[in-house]
Design a protein around this ligand. Structure first.
Ligand code: ATP
Ligand code: NMN
Length: 171
């Protein structure tokens, strides 16, 4: 059985990693949809799709199922989004998400959706981790080690500090 799990992964953190480990108990292969793939260089979406592919690929080397990372750009039309996802991905039997809109759209399209309990959500939330990156304090222990290496390789902290400063100046 093949599963599908979508997130923006800005950045890929230990909550996502925990969810992947749980999903890996239930499926043979997993497609990871990198959502809002066209977005980057903003405070909410600092990293490009390619950078997020690096984070996922390097963090998932120890996961013992086959994984595929597929960038998925946003569409203006929610009603055809599931078809758009399916057109970009290997076929899958079940979708995993906690996002209410994603659950609703898959449900309406007749795709089975499974939710997964939030893991240590009080610290493992992308928005909070990005705030910690802006301060460059306390974020490293909240993401897998390979993600730290990718962020360092791409000068990600300098990027997020600059784009958050320009976002708040309205530039
Ligand atoms: N700590 C967590 N435990 C389990 N699942 C999580 C956790 N954090 C996020 N998820 C789930 O992973 C999927 C992708 O989430 P996403 O990439 O938006 O991360 P996020 O931490 O919610 O980030 P942001 O604050 O930027 O929205 C969603 O279904 C979300 O509910
Ligand atoms: N119409 C659309 O483009 C559409 C609809 C539902 C979800 N999405 C995307 O799916 C992803 C869902 O991920 P999160 O659970 O991380 O929010 C996001 O990138 C979101 O933009 C896009």
């Amino acid at each position: 059985m093949r599963g599908f799990y979508i997130g923006r992964f800005q950045p890929y953190h230990e909550g996502h990693h925990h969810m992947v480990a749980e999903i890996a108990e239930e499926v043979d292969e997993l497609v990871l949809g990198i959502g809002s793939a066209g977005d980057s260089h903003t405070e909410r979406n600092p990293f490009t799709a390619g950078e997020r592919i690096m984070m996922l690929t390097k963090a998932l080397v120890d996961v013992d199922i086959v994984t595929y990372a597929v960038p998925i750009e946003d569409l203006d039309r929610n009603s055809v989004w599931v078809s758009h996802v399916q057109s970009m991905c290997p076929t899958f039997d079940v979708a995993y998400s906690n996002n209410p809109l994603v659950i609703q759209l898959f449900h309406e399209a007749g795709v089975e959706v499974r939710r997964s309990p939030m893991f240590r959500r009080e610290v493992l939330e992308g928005t909070d981790i990005r705030d910690k990156m802006i301060d460059d304090e306390g974020w490293r222990k909240l993401v897998p080690d390979p993600v730290v290496e990718v962020v360092e390789e791409i000068d990600g902290i300098e990027r997020i500090q600059r784009v958050s400063a320009s976002d708040s100046n309205g530039e």
